[in-house]
Design a protein. Structure first.
Length: 138
């Protein structure tokens, strides 16, 4: 009986630890005062519209940025950069950077890739992206 009680307490303790939720950047809460309709309407105003999105995804090189005030305390900023360089007809390299600051300043995320096309119908890509907090990874 003692063993069952001990196992139950261990399971309860593990469940309590499991219930603590954190975001990828160790943020535990979002300030509820920021969740007002005015903020989200401003946020939508600073986003790119459908035609701009289509032109962006069709292009291989470029940069774009958008931003503005969301409230007295908050600033929204969005930055995106991409470059593609064809080294040979069958090999190309690319670089993409994306950063969005909304409620909290976040580090820029970038991706580097090498694409090989031995045939027109066959493509192989190697992608690389930086990682944060490797020492704390499980």
């Amino acid at each position: 009986m003692r063993i069952l009680i001990l196992l139950f307490l261990i399971c309860l303790f593990n469940l309590a630890n499991f219930m603590r939720v954190k975001a990828f950047d160790d943020t535990k809460t979002i300030e509820p005062s920021y969740h007002v309709q005015e903020n989200f309407l401003d946020f939508k105003e600073y986003q790119f519209h459908k035609l701009q999105e289509e032109r962006w995804y069709e292009s291989q090189n470029g940069w774009r940025t958008s931003g503005g005030s969301i409230s007295v305390d908050l600033l929204y900023h969005y930055l995106e950069v991409k470059f593609r360089k064809h080294l040979r007809p069958w090999i190309s390299t690319g670089f993409q950077l994306k950063q969005e600051e909304f409620f909290k300043i976040t580090p820029a995320r970038f991706q580097v890739d090498v694409e090989l096309r031995p045939q027109l119908w066959l493509g192989i890509a190697l992608l690389g992206m930086q990682e944060y907090g490797k020492r704390h990874a499980a």
